[in-house]
Design a binder for this molecule. Sequence first.
Ligand SMILES: [Zn+2]
Length: 311
Amino acid sequence: MRDIRAISAAAALALVCAWEAQAQSKLNVVASTEDLASITREVGGDRVNVIALARGYQDPHFVEAKPSFILTVNRAHLYIAVGRELEIGWLPPLLTSSRNAKIQPGAPGYLDASQNVRILEIPTGQITRAMGDVHPLGNPHYWLDPGNGRLIAQAIRNKLSELSPADRTHFTQRYDDFDRRLAAAEKRWDAIMAPYRRTKLVTYHRSWPNFMERFGFDVIGYVEPKPGIPPSPSHTLDLIEEMKRQNVALIVAEPYFSLRTPQAIANQVAGGRVLVLAPSVGGAKEVTDYIQLFDYNVNLLAGALKQAAGK
Ligand SMILES: [Zn+2]
């Protein structure tokens, strides 16, 4: 009896050690946003533990850095940032406080996901404060083009393979599978959007240039007078006039802005309507991964335009 107990205790200990070794062989990845975390899960599968810091329903420019974030980042083997100064207000002090040399910018454990993607709105000439919260490195909301999602996945595949060379084949196969599913989904989205190409609309913040370019919509104005600057009465009046002049009815908003001004604008134009889209994975309850992000937005947008056309 005693022997059996001793053996089973030893077996249990061996099991625990095996579990720990397995857990340790996984890469701990921390990503700024749920979009980057989702793509990392697609490529990394069971070889990575992934945590996102910002929730998809939060404004990613302004994330409250919780104390728990420091410990999370301290244990990371890899940090993946959106870059282009999206996180300039909260990430640099967090990385410093984490005291983790492996994931500091420039170190092998830091990946700026924007390096090889298509970036829009890179300003030319001098940037002044009067221009609002303009990003000198271009528009940082680039993940809203699935083509950029593919490029982000490639960068993540390369980085994971560099950090864990033994799993290179695993990452490559998972990337190839994601690439195939994304390409199939793009065909589906293009077909749904085709009847509505060149529709003019307004968006609250400049979150959507990549999305609108990809699916062929024309953004004619913004509820914000300048990026990051709240609506003002004079700008709102100008925008209403412009929407009337160009016969524009649809306003796309992000879930973290008050809908008061967009709704007031919509009430002033014929057929006016406000549509809240998900700017990130987690931006709506049903959006739990990167491909669903586009399924959700494409279907919502096409549904609203179909309804408008039917009137
Ligand atoms: Zn922005």
